[in-house]
Write a protein that binds this ligand. Structure first.
Ligand code: SF4
Length: 458
Protein backbone atom coordinates (compact mmCIF):
# COMPACT_ATOMS: atom_id res chain seq x y z
CA UNK A 1 0.00 0.00 0.00
CA UNK A 2 2.87 2.30 0.85
CA UNK A 3 4.06 2.64 -2.72
CA UNK A 4 0.73 2.32 -4.59
CA UNK A 5 1.04 5.84 -5.87
CA UNK A 6 4.52 5.56 -7.34
CA UNK A 7 4.09 7.01 -10.86
CA UNK A 8 5.41 5.21 -13.90
CA UNK A 9 6.59 8.44 -15.50
CA UNK A 10 10.08 9.35 -14.35
CA UNK A 11 10.85 13.01 -13.79
CA UNK A 12 14.26 14.35 -12.78
CA UNK A 13 14.88 14.79 -9.05
CA UNK A 14 17.95 16.56 -7.74
CA UNK A 15 17.34 17.40 -4.10
CA UNK A 16 14.79 14.80 -3.05
CA UNK A 17 15.48 11.22 -1.98
CA UNK A 18 12.50 8.90 -1.52
CA UNK A 19 13.04 5.56 0.25
CA UNK A 20 16.84 5.71 0.34
CA UNK A 21 18.82 2.55 -0.36
CA UNK A 22 21.10 3.22 2.60
CA UNK A 23 21.14 4.16 6.25
CA UNK A 24 23.32 6.43 8.36
CA UNK A 25 27.09 6.38 8.94
CA UNK A 26 27.21 5.62 12.69
CA UNK A 27 25.39 2.32 12.16
CA UNK A 28 28.33 1.05 10.11
CA UNK A 29 30.80 2.46 12.62
CA UNK A 30 28.96 0.59 15.39
CA UNK A 31 29.12 -2.70 13.48
CA UNK A 32 32.86 -2.31 12.89
CA UNK A 33 33.43 -1.46 16.58
CA UNK A 34 31.46 -4.53 17.70
CA UNK A 35 33.96 -6.62 15.75
CA UNK A 36 36.73 -5.71 18.22
CA UNK A 37 37.04 -7.97 21.27
CA UNK A 38 35.92 -6.22 24.44
CA UNK A 39 34.85 -3.05 22.67
CA UNK A 40 31.99 -0.76 23.59
CA UNK A 41 30.87 1.49 20.74
CA UNK A 42 30.18 5.05 21.85
CA UNK A 43 27.94 7.46 19.99
CA UNK A 44 29.07 11.05 20.45
CA UNK A 45 25.77 12.83 20.01
CA UNK A 46 22.23 12.76 21.26
CA UNK A 47 20.49 9.75 22.77
CA UNK A 48 18.04 9.53 19.87
CA UNK A 49 20.74 8.73 17.32
CA UNK A 50 22.20 5.99 19.52
CA UNK A 51 18.80 4.49 20.25
CA UNK A 52 17.96 4.38 16.53
CA UNK A 53 21.29 2.80 15.60
CA UNK A 54 21.11 0.19 18.34
CA UNK A 55 17.53 -0.73 17.58
CA UNK A 56 18.24 -1.11 13.84
CA UNK A 57 21.16 -3.41 14.60
CA UNK A 58 19.18 -5.40 17.17
CA UNK A 59 16.39 -5.85 14.63
CA UNK A 60 18.82 -7.02 11.95
CA UNK A 61 20.92 -9.36 14.10
CA UNK A 62 18.20 -10.37 16.58
CA UNK A 63 20.75 -9.83 19.33
CA UNK A 64 21.08 -7.13 22.00
CA UNK A 65 23.50 -4.47 20.73
CA UNK A 66 25.34 -2.50 23.37
CA UNK A 67 26.52 1.07 22.83
CA UNK A 68 26.97 4.13 25.01
CA UNK A 69 26.11 7.73 24.18
CA UNK A 70 27.36 11.20 25.12
CA UNK A 71 23.68 12.09 25.66
CA UNK A 72 23.78 15.61 24.26
CA UNK A 73 21.20 18.03 25.57
CA UNK A 74 20.69 21.68 24.66
CA UNK A 75 23.84 22.72 26.56
CA UNK A 76 26.15 20.32 24.69
CA UNK A 77 24.51 21.29 21.40
CA UNK A 78 25.49 24.91 21.98
CA UNK A 79 28.78 24.68 23.88
CA UNK A 80 30.15 21.41 22.47
CA UNK A 81 30.25 17.89 23.85
CA UNK A 82 33.70 17.76 25.44
CA UNK A 83 32.45 17.65 29.02
CA UNK A 84 29.95 14.92 28.14
CA UNK A 85 32.54 12.74 26.41
CA UNK A 86 35.12 13.13 29.17
CA UNK A 87 32.54 12.14 31.77
CA UNK A 88 31.36 9.26 29.56
CA UNK A 89 34.87 7.83 29.12
CA UNK A 90 35.49 7.89 32.86
CA UNK A 91 32.11 6.36 33.66
CA UNK A 92 32.29 3.64 31.00
CA UNK A 93 35.70 2.38 32.13
CA UNK A 94 34.58 2.48 35.77
CA UNK A 95 31.27 0.71 35.22
CA UNK A 96 31.75 -1.65 32.27
CA UNK A 97 35.54 -2.00 31.99
CA UNK A 98 35.82 -2.54 28.21
CA UNK A 99 39.21 -2.97 26.53
CA UNK A 100 38.33 -0.34 23.95
CA UNK A 101 35.85 2.50 23.66
CA UNK A 102 35.23 3.21 19.97
CA UNK A 103 33.82 6.71 19.64
CA UNK A 104 31.99 7.70 16.49
CA UNK A 105 30.48 11.08 15.83
CA UNK A 106 26.97 11.97 14.67
CA UNK A 107 25.51 14.76 12.56
CA UNK A 108 25.16 16.96 15.63
CA UNK A 109 28.68 16.64 17.07
CA UNK A 110 30.15 17.02 13.57
CA UNK A 111 28.13 20.18 12.97
CA UNK A 112 29.29 21.62 16.28
CA UNK A 113 32.83 20.69 15.27
CA UNK A 114 33.86 18.63 18.31
CA UNK A 115 37.48 17.47 18.01
CA UNK A 116 37.18 13.90 19.29
CA UNK A 117 40.90 12.94 19.01
CA UNK A 118 41.73 16.01 21.13
CA UNK A 119 39.06 15.10 23.70
CA UNK A 120 40.34 11.49 23.85
CA UNK A 121 43.87 12.81 24.38
CA UNK A 122 42.64 15.07 27.17
CA UNK A 123 40.93 12.05 28.77
CA UNK A 124 44.25 10.16 28.66
CA UNK A 125 46.15 13.08 30.18
CA UNK A 126 43.59 13.41 32.94
CA UNK A 127 43.95 9.72 33.80
CA UNK A 128 40.42 8.82 32.68
CA UNK A 129 41.73 6.02 30.44
CA UNK A 130 43.14 3.19 32.58
CA UNK A 131 46.58 1.81 31.59
CA UNK A 132 46.39 -0.71 28.74
CA UNK A 133 42.92 0.46 27.70
CA UNK A 134 42.14 2.33 24.50
CA UNK A 135 39.88 5.06 23.16
CA UNK A 136 39.70 5.05 19.37
CA UNK A 137 37.59 7.24 17.13
CA UNK A 138 36.05 7.72 13.71
CA UNK A 139 34.44 10.72 12.10
CA UNK A 140 31.00 9.68 10.85
CA UNK A 141 28.84 12.65 9.84
CA UNK A 142 25.68 11.17 8.43
CA UNK A 143 24.82 13.99 6.06
CA UNK A 144 27.40 12.45 3.73
CA UNK A 145 27.98 8.82 2.79
CA UNK A 146 26.08 5.93 4.32
CA UNK A 147 26.45 3.07 6.80
CA UNK A 148 29.08 1.66 4.44
CA UNK A 149 31.13 4.88 4.70
CA UNK A 150 30.74 4.71 8.49
CA UNK A 151 32.01 1.13 8.53
CA UNK A 152 34.95 2.13 6.37
CA UNK A 153 35.72 5.13 8.57
CA UNK A 154 35.74 3.00 11.72
CA UNK A 155 38.01 0.40 10.04
CA UNK A 156 40.32 3.30 9.25
CA UNK A 157 39.99 4.50 12.86
CA UNK A 158 40.96 1.03 14.11
CA UNK A 159 44.24 0.93 12.20
CA UNK A 160 45.03 4.61 12.74
CA UNK A 161 44.59 4.30 16.49
CA UNK A 162 45.87 0.81 17.15
CA UNK A 163 48.19 -0.55 14.44
CA UNK A 164 51.91 -0.38 15.14
CA UNK A 165 55.04 -1.51 13.35
CA UNK A 166 57.68 -3.35 15.32
CA UNK A 167 59.90 -3.85 12.28
CA UNK A 168 59.46 -7.63 12.47
CA UNK A 169 56.99 -9.11 9.98
CA UNK A 170 54.55 -11.57 11.57
CA UNK A 171 53.86 -13.60 8.43
CA UNK A 172 50.12 -12.98 8.66
CA UNK A 173 47.70 -11.63 6.07
CA UNK A 174 45.28 -8.90 7.14
CA UNK A 175 41.78 -9.41 5.83
CA UNK A 176 39.18 -6.67 6.03
CA UNK A 177 35.94 -8.52 5.30
CA UNK A 178 33.77 -5.53 4.41
CA UNK A 179 30.27 -4.76 5.66
CA UNK A 180 29.24 -8.40 5.72
CA UNK A 181 27.39 -10.71 8.05
CA UNK A 182 29.04 -12.49 11.01
CA UNK A 183 28.41 -15.70 9.07
CA UNK A 184 30.40 -14.34 6.13
CA UNK A 185 33.31 -13.40 8.36
CA UNK A 186 33.24 -16.92 9.80
CA UNK A 187 33.24 -18.38 6.30
CA UNK A 188 36.19 -16.24 5.19
CA UNK A 189 38.14 -17.48 8.22
CA UNK A 190 37.16 -21.07 7.35
CA UNK A 191 38.48 -20.70 3.80
CA UNK A 192 41.72 -19.19 5.12
CA UNK A 193 42.07 -22.07 7.57
CA UNK A 194 41.51 -24.58 4.76
CA UNK A 195 44.31 -22.87 2.86
CA UNK A 196 46.46 -22.85 6.01
CA UNK A 197 46.97 -19.09 5.81
CA UNK A 198 47.41 -17.30 9.14
CA UNK A 199 45.23 -14.20 9.03
CA UNK A 200 44.17 -11.24 11.10
CA UNK A 201 40.56 -10.67 10.12
CA UNK A 202 39.16 -7.37 11.31
CA UNK A 203 36.60 -6.36 12.26
CA UNK A 204 35.15 -9.74 13.15
CA UNK A 205 31.57 -9.83 14.42
CA UNK A 206 31.28 -13.63 14.28
CA UNK A 207 30.43 -14.89 17.74
CA UNK A 208 29.47 -11.36 18.78
CA UNK A 209 26.37 -10.73 16.68
CA UNK A 210 25.45 -14.39 16.10
CA UNK A 211 26.45 -15.89 19.44
CA UNK A 212 24.86 -18.84 21.22
CA UNK A 213 22.26 -18.80 23.99
CA UNK A 214 24.13 -20.04 27.05
CA UNK A 215 21.94 -18.76 29.85
CA UNK A 216 24.73 -16.44 30.92
CA UNK A 217 24.82 -12.86 29.70
CA UNK A 218 28.19 -11.50 28.64
CA UNK A 219 28.32 -7.81 27.88
CA UNK A 220 31.52 -8.49 25.91
CA UNK A 221 31.34 -11.95 24.30
CA UNK A 222 34.63 -13.78 23.97
CA UNK A 223 34.83 -13.02 20.29
CA UNK A 224 35.88 -10.23 17.96
CA UNK A 225 39.41 -9.33 16.88
CA UNK A 226 41.68 -8.98 19.94
CA UNK A 227 43.47 -5.65 20.39
CA UNK A 228 46.87 -7.38 20.23
CA UNK A 229 46.03 -8.63 16.74
CA UNK A 230 44.85 -5.21 15.67
CA UNK A 231 48.15 -3.77 16.81
CA UNK A 232 49.96 -6.44 14.80
CA UNK A 233 48.26 -5.44 11.51
CA UNK A 234 51.19 -3.05 10.95
CA UNK A 235 53.57 -6.03 10.81
CA UNK A 236 51.57 -8.20 8.39
CA UNK A 237 52.69 -9.40 4.95
CA UNK A 238 49.75 -7.92 3.06
CA UNK A 239 46.18 -6.69 3.44
CA UNK A 240 43.31 -8.08 1.40
CA UNK A 241 40.52 -5.49 1.41
CA UNK A 242 37.24 -7.17 0.47
CA UNK A 243 34.98 -4.53 -1.02
CA UNK A 244 36.40 -1.26 -2.21
CA UNK A 245 33.80 0.95 -0.52
CA UNK A 246 33.96 -0.63 2.93
CA UNK A 247 37.54 -1.82 3.23
CA UNK A 248 39.95 -0.02 0.89
CA UNK A 249 40.70 3.05 3.03
CA UNK A 250 42.02 1.06 5.99
CA UNK A 251 44.12 -1.13 3.67
CA UNK A 252 45.58 1.93 1.96
CA UNK A 253 46.42 3.47 5.34
CA UNK A 254 48.31 0.32 6.40
CA UNK A 255 50.25 0.62 3.17
CA UNK A 256 51.12 4.29 3.53
CA UNK A 257 51.91 4.13 7.26
CA UNK A 258 53.56 0.71 7.55
CA UNK A 259 54.25 -0.45 3.99
CA UNK A 260 51.86 -3.40 4.26
CA UNK A 261 50.92 -3.92 0.58
CA UNK A 262 47.17 -3.75 -0.12
CA UNK A 263 45.15 -5.85 -2.54
CA UNK A 264 41.70 -4.38 -3.17
CA UNK A 265 39.21 -7.06 -4.17
CA UNK A 266 35.48 -7.43 -4.64
CA UNK A 267 33.49 -9.18 -1.95
CA UNK A 268 33.96 -12.91 -2.64
CA UNK A 269 30.33 -13.47 -3.66
CA UNK A 270 29.83 -15.92 -6.52
CA UNK A 271 32.26 -18.03 -8.50
CA UNK A 272 34.50 -15.46 -10.17
CA UNK A 273 34.93 -13.13 -7.18
CA UNK A 274 35.66 -16.09 -4.88
CA UNK A 275 38.21 -17.35 -7.41
CA UNK A 276 39.92 -13.96 -7.30
CA UNK A 277 39.90 -13.97 -3.48
CA UNK A 278 41.37 -17.48 -3.26
CA UNK A 279 43.98 -16.59 -5.86
CA UNK A 280 44.96 -13.37 -4.07
CA UNK A 281 45.22 -15.26 -0.78
CA UNK A 282 47.36 -17.93 -2.44
CA UNK A 283 49.73 -15.34 -3.89
CA UNK A 284 49.95 -13.17 -0.77
CA UNK A 285 50.67 -16.13 1.53
CA UNK A 286 52.70 -18.20 -0.92
CA UNK A 287 50.57 -21.33 -0.54
CA UNK A 288 48.85 -23.70 -2.94
CA UNK A 289 45.10 -24.16 -3.15
CA UNK A 290 44.16 -27.42 -1.40
CA UNK A 291 41.91 -30.07 -2.90
CA UNK A 292 39.23 -29.30 -0.29
CA UNK A 293 38.79 -25.77 -1.69
CA UNK A 294 38.78 -27.06 -5.26
CA UNK A 295 36.11 -29.59 -4.24
CA UNK A 296 33.80 -26.83 -2.95
CA UNK A 297 34.41 -24.83 -6.13
CA UNK A 298 33.51 -27.87 -8.20
CA UNK A 299 30.26 -28.32 -6.27
CA UNK A 300 29.25 -24.73 -6.98
CA UNK A 301 30.16 -25.11 -10.64
CA UNK A 302 28.10 -28.29 -10.86
CA UNK A 303 24.99 -26.62 -9.44
CA UNK A 304 25.49 -23.59 -11.70
CA UNK A 305 25.61 -25.84 -14.75
CA UNK A 306 22.63 -27.96 -13.64
CA UNK A 307 20.40 -25.03 -12.77
CA UNK A 308 21.33 -22.79 -15.68
CA UNK A 309 18.10 -23.46 -17.62
CA UNK A 310 16.00 -22.19 -14.72
CA UNK A 311 18.06 -19.04 -14.23
CA UNK A 312 18.96 -18.12 -17.80
CA UNK A 313 17.39 -14.91 -19.05
CA UNK A 314 15.64 -14.06 -15.77
CA UNK A 315 15.52 -10.31 -15.21
CA UNK A 316 16.65 -9.05 -11.79
CA UNK A 317 16.46 -5.72 -10.00
CA UNK A 318 19.06 -5.18 -7.25
CA UNK A 319 19.28 -2.57 -4.50
CA UNK A 320 21.92 -2.43 -1.80
CA UNK A 321 25.44 -1.54 -0.80
CA UNK A 322 27.90 -0.98 -3.65
CA UNK A 323 30.31 -3.76 -2.68
CA UNK A 324 27.45 -6.26 -2.35
CA UNK A 325 25.62 -5.14 -5.47
CA UNK A 326 28.72 -5.19 -7.67
CA UNK A 327 29.56 -8.74 -6.62
CA UNK A 328 25.94 -9.90 -6.95
CA UNK A 329 25.59 -8.38 -10.44
CA UNK A 330 28.71 -10.21 -11.59
CA UNK A 331 27.44 -13.51 -10.17
CA UNK A 332 24.02 -13.07 -11.79
CA UNK A 333 25.67 -12.41 -15.15
CA UNK A 334 27.73 -15.59 -14.82
CA UNK A 335 24.50 -17.45 -14.02
CA UNK A 336 22.97 -16.17 -17.27
CA UNK A 337 20.59 -13.82 -15.48
CA UNK A 338 19.98 -10.22 -16.52
CA UNK A 339 20.53 -7.58 -13.84
CA UNK A 340 18.56 -4.82 -15.56
CA UNK A 341 17.86 -2.28 -12.77
CA UNK A 342 20.52 -1.51 -10.15
CA UNK A 343 20.66 1.15 -7.44
CA UNK A 344 22.85 1.86 -4.47
CA UNK A 345 22.32 4.64 -1.97
CA UNK A 346 26.01 4.93 -1.12
CA UNK A 347 27.69 7.58 -3.23
CA UNK A 348 30.86 6.76 -5.15
CA UNK A 349 32.16 7.78 -8.55
CA UNK A 350 33.18 4.42 -9.92
CA UNK A 351 30.01 2.44 -9.25
CA UNK A 352 27.99 3.28 -12.36
CA UNK A 353 31.04 2.96 -14.61
CA UNK A 354 31.91 -0.44 -13.13
CA UNK A 355 28.38 -1.81 -13.52
CA UNK A 356 28.08 -0.51 -17.10
CA UNK A 357 31.40 -2.12 -17.98
CA UNK A 358 30.41 -5.39 -16.34
CA UNK A 359 26.98 -5.57 -17.96
CA UNK A 360 28.26 -4.43 -21.38
CA UNK A 361 28.22 -8.04 -22.59
CA UNK A 362 24.46 -8.32 -22.00
CA UNK A 363 23.79 -6.50 -25.27
CA UNK A 364 20.97 -4.39 -23.82
CA UNK A 365 20.76 -1.20 -21.77
CA UNK A 366 20.90 -1.39 -17.97
CA UNK A 367 19.49 1.17 -15.54
CA UNK A 368 22.09 2.10 -12.91
CA UNK A 369 21.99 4.93 -10.37
CA UNK A 370 24.47 5.90 -7.68
CA UNK A 371 23.33 7.36 -5.40
CA UNK A 372 19.84 6.21 -6.24
CA UNK A 373 16.75 5.36 -4.22
CA UNK A 374 14.09 2.68 -4.13
CA UNK A 375 11.45 5.01 -5.53
CA UNK A 376 13.42 5.26 -8.78
CA UNK A 377 13.97 1.50 -8.77
CA UNK A 378 10.21 1.05 -8.46
CA UNK A 379 9.60 3.39 -11.38
CA UNK A 380 12.07 1.47 -13.53
CA UNK A 381 10.30 -1.77 -12.62
CA UNK A 382 6.95 -0.26 -13.61
CA UNK A 383 8.45 0.53 -17.00
CA UNK A 384 10.21 -2.80 -17.39
CA UNK A 385 9.05 -5.55 -15.00
CA UNK A 386 11.52 -8.08 -13.60
CA UNK A 387 11.32 -11.71 -12.48
CA UNK A 388 13.16 -11.20 -9.21
CA UNK A 389 14.08 -8.54 -6.66
CA UNK A 390 17.25 -8.83 -4.59
CA UNK A 391 17.93 -6.49 -1.70
CA UNK A 392 17.07 -5.61 1.87
CA UNK A 393 13.76 -5.81 3.70
CA UNK A 394 12.56 -2.42 2.44
CA UNK A 395 12.13 -3.94 -1.02
CA UNK A 396 9.19 -5.96 0.30
CA UNK A 397 6.88 -3.02 -0.41
CA UNK A 398 7.82 -3.05 -4.10
CA UNK A 399 7.65 -6.85 -4.11
CA UNK A 400 4.11 -6.70 -2.77
CA UNK A 401 2.92 -3.89 -4.99
CA UNK A 402 4.32 -5.42 -8.16
CA UNK A 403 3.88 -9.09 -7.16
CA UNK A 404 7.52 -9.99 -7.70
CA UNK A 405 9.47 -12.58 -5.66
CA UNK A 406 12.07 -11.08 -3.33
CA UNK A 407 15.34 -12.60 -2.15
CA UNK A 408 16.49 -10.76 0.91
CA UNK A 409 20.15 -9.85 0.87
CA UNK A 410 22.18 -7.06 2.45
CA UNK A 411 21.39 -4.63 5.23
CA UNK A 412 19.04 -4.36 6.95
CA UNK A 413 17.01 -7.58 6.98
CA UNK A 414 14.41 -6.94 9.63
CA UNK A 415 11.79 -9.56 8.88
CA UNK A 416 13.69 -12.80 8.32
CA UNK A 417 16.52 -14.74 9.94
CA UNK A 418 19.36 -16.77 8.47
CA UNK A 419 21.70 -14.05 7.28
CA UNK A 420 23.67 -14.10 10.56
CA UNK A 421 24.19 -17.85 10.42
CA UNK A 422 24.49 -18.86 6.76
CA UNK A 423 27.10 -17.12 4.60
CA UNK A 424 26.72 -15.89 1.06
CA UNK A 425 30.46 -15.46 0.48
CA UNK A 426 32.77 -18.15 -0.82
CA UNK A 427 31.79 -21.19 -2.87
CA UNK A 428 29.43 -22.46 -0.16
CA UNK A 429 27.85 -19.02 -0.01
CA UNK A 430 27.37 -19.09 -3.78
CA UNK A 431 25.46 -22.37 -3.38
CA UNK A 432 23.24 -20.80 -0.76
CA UNK A 433 22.50 -17.82 -2.98
CA UNK A 434 21.54 -20.06 -5.88
CA UNK A 435 19.33 -22.11 -3.56
CA UNK A 436 17.53 -18.98 -2.36
CA UNK A 437 17.10 -17.58 -5.86
CA UNK A 438 15.88 -20.88 -7.31
CA UNK A 439 13.45 -21.40 -4.44
CA UNK A 440 11.97 -17.95 -5.00
CA UNK A 441 11.67 -18.45 -8.77
CA UNK A 442 10.35 -22.03 -8.61
CA UNK A 443 7.82 -21.21 -5.88
CA UNK A 444 6.50 -18.48 -8.15
CA UNK A 445 6.43 -20.84 -11.12
CA UNK A 446 4.45 -23.38 -9.06
CA UNK A 447 2.04 -20.72 -7.83
CA UNK A 448 1.35 -19.45 -11.35
CA UNK A 449 1.36 -22.73 -13.27
CA UNK A 450 -1.71 -24.28 -14.83
CA UNK A 451 -3.05 -27.65 -13.63
CA UNK A 452 -1.29 -29.40 -16.50
CA UNK A 453 1.94 -27.46 -16.15
CA UNK A 454 2.30 -28.11 -12.41
CA UNK A 455 5.56 -30.12 -12.35
CA UNK A 456 6.67 -32.48 -9.58
CA UNK A 457 10.25 -32.70 -10.84
CA UNK A 458 12.37 -29.80 -12.02
S1 SF4 B 1 21.20 10.86 10.32
FE1 SF4 B 1 22.43 12.00 11.83
S2 SF4 B 1 20.92 12.82 13.28
FE2 SF4 B 1 19.92 11.15 12.14
S3 SF4 B 1 20.23 9.30 13.37
FE3 SF4 B 1 21.90 9.40 11.88
S4 SF4 B 1 23.57 10.44 12.97
FE4 SF4 B 1 21.68 10.84 14.11
Amino acid sequence: MLLRHTPKEITGREALVINPAKTCQPIGAMVAALGIEGCLPHSHGSQGCCAYHRSTLSRHYKEPVMAATSSFTEGASVFGGQANLLAAIQTIFALYNPEVIAVHTTCLSETIGDDVPQIAEKARQEGKVPPGKHVINASTPSYVGSHVTGFSNMCLGIVKNLAVKTGKRNGKINIIPGFTEPSDMEEIKRICAMMKVPVILFPDTSGVLNGPLTGKYLMFPKAGTPVEELKATGDSRATLALGEWASADAAKYLDSAFKVPPVILDLPIGLSATDRFVDALRKAAGVTVPASVEFERGQLLDVMADMHPYLYGKKVAIAGDPDQVTALAEFFLVLGMLPVHIVTGTPGKRFEERIHKMTGTMGRPVNVKCPGDMFLLHQWIKNEPVDLLVGNTYLKYIARDEDIPLVRHGFPILDRIGHSYFPTVGYKGGLRLIEKILTALMDRQDRDSTETGFELVM
